[in-house]
Design a protein. Structure first.
Ligand code: ADP
Ligand code: MG
Length: 240
């Protein structure tokens, strides 16, 4: 579904991504780990062109995103993204947060968008929060709403950038549970996380990034028990 070849991204003289090659199949859950500053967020942001790569190529369903002309909004509609800091619109209710993009970008009618929102809210156990504002929600609830908001666009791929890193420990589980369900339903997911339990349980493939490259990848359990690269060993010794 996604084919990345020789992906590079520099900010001025800072070469952040120095050549990433990866193919991600439909329904695959890829977990990305690595030290701070290794380029994990930049990699995710390049995938949906929140950052414009400075080299290499990204193909999505066989079509290059970097050659030829593309409607960036249409591309982003097919890739949902969830951030560490939720990024909900503070002046809108939960329901308005979820229904805005489908109405604006996909011409979905308000009644239809409301129906989708209500289904999603039931699915994540927050049907009673439709008319609440983000400030009235806990961090875990906000992040579940952010996931629902992304899902309202029916994306083909979901990108998660440390979705539980800003949460109090007792709220991490409820967000991971929603992500686990999504994975079980066959959603294609790329997840940057420090949750090694989630990586082991849900990840079909684990990617270790360092210095803007994929240093090691494979089955999560194999890498945890028997990392090959010295940098992977060093990193895992600190986090496991
Ligand atoms: P990670 O998510 O693995 O912690 P990032 O992708 O956020 O790493 O950052 C990798 C490097 O890219 C860092 O050195 C960071 O300062 C730099 N960087 C990221 N985004 C930008 C930006 N918009 N402008 C300049 N430098 C950036
Ligand atoms: Mg990051």
């Amino acid at each position: 579904m996604i084919k990345v070849t020789g992906l590079q991204k520099s900010f001025g003289s800072n070469h952040v991504l120095t050549g990433i090659d990866i193919e991600i199949a439909k329904g695959e859950v890829v977990v990305v780990i690595g030290p701070s500053g290794s380029g994990k967020s930049t990699f995710l942001r390049c995938l949906n062109l929140l950052e414009v790569p400075t080299g290499g190529d990204i193909e999505f369903d066989g079509v290059s995103l970097l050659r030829g002309k593309h409607d960036i909004n249409q591309l982003r509609q097919r890739m949902g993204m969830v951030f560490q800091q939720f990024n909900l619109f503070p002046h809108m209710t939960v329901q308005e947060n979820i229904t805005l993009a489908p109405q604006k970008l996909k011409n979905v009618s308000k009644p239809e968008a409301d129906k989708i929102a209500q289904q999603l809210l039931r699915r994540i156990g927050l049907a009673d929060k439709a008319y609440s504002y983000p400030s009235q929600l806990s961090g875990g609830q906000k992040q579940r709403i952010a996931i629902a908001r992304a899902l309202a666009m029916s994306p083909a791929v979901m990108l998660f950038d440390e979705p539980t890193s800003a949460l109090d420990p007792e709220m991490v589980g409820e967000v991971l549970d929603v992500m686990k369900e999504l994975a079980a339903e066959g959603m294609t997911m790329v997840v940057v996380t420090h949750e090694m339990g989630f990586a082991r349980e849900v990840g079909k493939r684990l990617i270790f990034m360092d210095g803007g490259k994929i240093v090691e990848q494979g089955n999560p359990a194999d890498i945890f028990s028997n990392p090959q690269h010295p940098r992977t060993k060093e990193f895992l010794a600190k986090v496991l």
